[in-house]
Design a protein around this ligand. Sequence first.
Ligand code: 5GP
Ligand code: ZN
Length: 141
Amino acid sequence: MSATDPDCLFCKIVAGEIPATVVASDERTVTFMDINPATRGHALVVPRTHARDLLEIDPDDLAAVAQAGQRLAKVAKDTLGADGINLINSCGADAWQTVFHFHLHVIPRYAGDPLKLPWVPGPGDMDKIAATGAELKEHYA
Ligand code: 5GP
Ligand code: ZN
């Protein structure tokens, strides 16, 4: 496993080669808004180091991703008024994985929202996604 896979979409986002609404980052992880949000505030946490999936990710990176996900969950609750959170990781195409760089979905849930799993991704409103990302970012103090 190399640190970066030149053909990997999320490696390109981590490297800043493809634009994304990044809301937080640390030495091991980057958190950015999903472009097809399942709910308001849906974001992804990825390790900086390329790993295909749950089976391949370095355990210390996995721990760092989990901690970043917990942090985001708290920010989403406080900032967006989320009533609940789904943390989802899909490992393998048969488990719905479509991008093969490990990622943890952090999906804020709102009482009575209509989301069912698996959700059907659809393009989000980029202005709304950017605004929600900015709101979240602001509350990471
Ligand atoms: P998976 O299906 O692998 O669990 O999740 C992949 C996620 O990546 C999907 O929710 C999808 O909307 C998101 N995604 C795919 N391409 C891009 C992109 O170019 N930018 C961002 N921010 N998210 C993406
Ligand atoms: Zn990658």
